[in-house]
Write a protein that binds this ligand. Sequence first.
Ligand SMILES: [Fe+2]
Length: 225
Amino acid sequence: MPSTQRSGIENPTPRTIEGPLYVAGAPASEGFARLDDGRDTNGHTLIMHGTVYDAGGKPLPGATVEVWHCDTRGFYSHFDPTGLQAPFNMRRTIIADAKGCYKFQSIVPHGYGVPPGSPTEQLLSALGRHGQRPAHIHFFISADGHRKLTTQINIDGDPLVNDDFAYATRDGLVPAITERTTDEASIKANNLTGPFAEIEFDIHLTALVNGVDNQVNEQRQRAAA
Ligand SMILES: [Fe+2]
């Protein structure tokens, strides 16, 4: 039985892994952010948005949505071996607006794997396993009086969506992705000039447990170099 069930906690928005590539201190803005700098020319534009809800099911203005993902080569800024990405590319902090909504523009990330030839890959190969992950987007969501939520969504349609070597896929974390190819009204409404993909994903936070956020990890203090 999962520990949350043992504790009597329901997680309407499932938790999953953080991964090792979060960097604190991303630029913050209210309501909306553009995550990418437009230099990944293979990128397919993504608009993702939703509402953050409190433990009572009401929209939660002021909630903090930290989001980070990789580019179409599978590289994260700050960990890009080619050095091509500026600091905090595809990393932002969005403060939910007066209606509890967050929204961002970016590109659809691609999947990635452990470095080819690395000891990790060699170990996985010896075990008969691959080291690949489906495309995904990471999130921390936090607000006063609530447990911090660490989660990620997978990009629906990725062939590895149910074969993640890190076992991070969860029911409820593979939202529909809708291609807006000929929908001129929605293209215009998002200040875009061409087709884009859209994901709507609402987030439900849970209350503190006996007044404590048992999810905060003080060891997670990696600052940007
Ligand atoms: Fe990741």
